[in-house]
Every structure is written in structure tokens, then in C-alpha cells.
Design a protein around this ligand. Sequence first.
Ligand code: EPU
Length: 422
Amino acid sequence: MDYLQIEGPTKLNGSVEIAGAKNASLPLIAMTLLADNKVCINNIPNVVDIKTLVKLLGNLGATVNIDQSSVQIDTRSLSNTKATYDIVKTMRASILVLGPLLARFGHCEVSLPGGCAIGQRPIDLHLKALEQMGAEITIEAGYVLAKAKDGLKGAHIVFDKITVTGTANIVMAAALAKGKTIITNAALEPEVVQLCEVLKNSGVSIDGIGSSELTIYGTDRRLVHIDPFDVIPDRIEAGTYLCAAAITNSEVTITNVCADHLESIISKLEQMGFSFDITSDTITIKPAKSIKSVDIVTQEYPGFPTDMQAQFLTLCTQAKGVSIIEERLFENRFMHVSELQRLGADIKLKGNSATVVGKIDLVGADVMATDLRASSALVLAALAAKGTTNVHRIYHLDRGYVELEKKLQKLGAKIKRLKEQA
Ligand code: EPU
């Protein structure tokens, strides 16, 4: 197992290129189950979660070629419709194959994802929506068994709660269903928008893209032809590098980025005293005269993303004053707090709210990554902490960040990847 060793505090400078979005790539890879051709997807991030989903499609019988940042997937001769526990347990997003497999084959078995470090993360809304579309669903021996002998039928789905992968699953199912599906309270995340746009460009009629009500006109199980396309830039990776610049109060430019997707993140950084130069595909963050405290409430897009909560909470340890951070999406997404406390952070947790008092001079220590975003937050803390910080269990980090240590090295950080002693 690897760990990261970081010497701090440090200043950063220079530029860093942002990879394609993990959370856009995952549904887009699942979407290839709807295609009547070999699909080429460019600007794929080279991270473990992508490899996991690609492996799952391979196990189902798809032919997959993947190189650095592009993947070709051919699902035409696929006939296995069982997504097994050994893969699904390692990545919850595997549930994204449920909608397209069921829509295309009229039956499938997908392992229930099980628990997760950041919360319960049920899939009841995915299942309820598919039932409304005519699926018969049972849970047996840890598997979701879904059947729709005569195919899925369009329905009016009203999500009780906004769900990102739930919306993506139903959009894909609806694309091959019979008739019209309306999704009310759909997720607005750019990753969902891109999925809809790619399907629309492939001939699936979809109205309301980018709004909370989507109308999808199904093709009645006729597969769709999907032309090559590029995945949108990763707004969470981009936000993480902005936080790396902010916590070291440095000037850094991020490239291959879409600033429109980062409005809530940039706005919080502005409130904290940072300024920006923004072009069509770059963002330069400039140091603050003094870093101010800020209050944050996580929300669905376009609100402040839960996937940036850990990084901002860490940044707030370096802001003068009291910051209050409220987590509204996941009930257990504060596992990083006790690790940050090991570095000396002054953070009090009460329910779903964290009170951070700054500025605190952090001191390096050994810490343990608990989930993907918490891992990057610990690396940020280490950049600001005095002395050596070892961040352990970084397999979480490798699930979603492309070569984080190499990108940070290029910006001037003293960071290296080492092997744990046996
Ligand atoms: N929820 C239900 N029932 C469901 C589905 C969701 O109660 O059937 C609840 C969840 O428990 C949660 C809320 O609804 O409280 C929102 O969950 P959502 O379904 O939107 O999350 P997700 O689709 O499982 C995606 C991202 C996460 C990101 C969340 C929120 C992907 C692959 N994952 O998860 O990304 O945190 O949306 O924005 O897109 C990450 O990249 O580190 C990550 C965790």
C-alpha cells in the first residue's frame, strides 16, 4: 500500500491541467450499453474508479480498449446481465449499469452496493422509479433482480430527493423505454447535463436539459448511435487545486477547466479574500491579503458541492475567525475532522455542522484518509502544516484524482509517494 509524505508549509506556483470529470465519465461509460456502435470517449481521467467500471463492462461481455485518456467500448455482443458483488462492492457508481441493462435486455441482476464511509447511500429512489416504468424488482441474496419482460414504459417520475446517479440511471432507462418519461426534481449537475446532451446528439429526444424537469422520448429499445465526444473537465478536481493554492496563499493557474461549473466554489473563495482572472478555459487564483472565515452549507448543484466540503473545511483552519460548515447531503461526511484535529485543527462537530476556529498553525503528523475527498483535504492540510505529514490509505485518493502528487510536485509542493513498510 502507498502513502504520501508531504513537507510543509510550502508555497505553490505555476499551472496545472485538470482532467476529465470522473463523475461525468462514469454515467457516460454506462451509457455505452445503449449504443449500436463502438463508442469512443475522450478526456477520460486515468483513475481507479474508471478502471473499475470498465472492468465491470468487460465482465458483462463488452470489448474495451483504454489508453491514457480515451476509451473505446463496444457492447454490441454483450449478453451477460449480471453485475457481480466483487466489483460493485468496490464502487457504488456501478449501480449506473442498472437502468441501461434493464432497458436494453428486459432483465438484469446488479449487486446491492452496500455501505459507504460517507453515509448510508440507499438506492431506493432508483428502484422506485424503475418500478414506475414497469419493472418488477426483488432483492435476493444481496442482488437487485430487475425484470421488464415487454420492456420499460415511459412514466412520470417525481424524485422525493434530488439524486445524481438516480437521475442518470432513469435518463438512460428512459432512452430505450416505450413512450415519454418525465423526471421531476431531476439533478442539475453538469455531469447529468452532459449525459443528456450526448444522448440528445445521438438522436434521443430530450427536453428541459439543465432544468429540474426532463422529458425523455424513448426509442422503444432501439439502440442509439453515439459519435465520439470529450468528457467535461472535472469541477471537483479543479476546486481542489484552487483550495491548494488558497491554503498556501499562492498564485496558481488551472487549465482545461469550465469556470461556469465552479461558480459556488469561486464565490466562496472570493468571500474569503481571494481574487481571480478567468478565461474561457483557465482560472488563475490570486493570494488574499488575509484569509477570512466563511459559512458554507452543502447543497445540490448549483449550490455548494458536498464533494468540496472537506477541502473548504480544511482551508477554513487557515482563515481568521469562526467558520461554520453544514453538511446537508450525507450524514457521515465529517470523518476527516478527527484526522485534521491530529494536525492541531480547532474544529467542533455538532450533528451535521462543524465549527472551525482559525487561524491555527497546523503541525505535521500521520493521518489516515477515509474517503476520496477527505483524502485530498488531508493533503491540503499537509501543504499548510509545519513539518512532515504522512497521509495513509491513499487508495481512496487514487479512485478519483489523476496523479495528484505529480501535479502538486509540478506546482512546487514537497510531496512524494512511498510504500508502507510491511
Ligand atoms: N439518496 C436516497 N435514495 C436514493 C439515492 C440517493 O436517499 O435512492 C440520497 C443520498 O443518501 C444522499 C442524497 O440522496 O443523501 C444525494 O445522493 P445522490 O444520489 O445524489 O449521490 P450519488 O449519485 O450516489 C453522486 C456523486 C458523489 C456526490 C453526490 C452528491 C457520482 C458517481 N457520485 O453520488 O460523488 O457526492 O452525487 O453530489 O456521481 C465523489 O466523487 O467523491 C462522490 C462521492
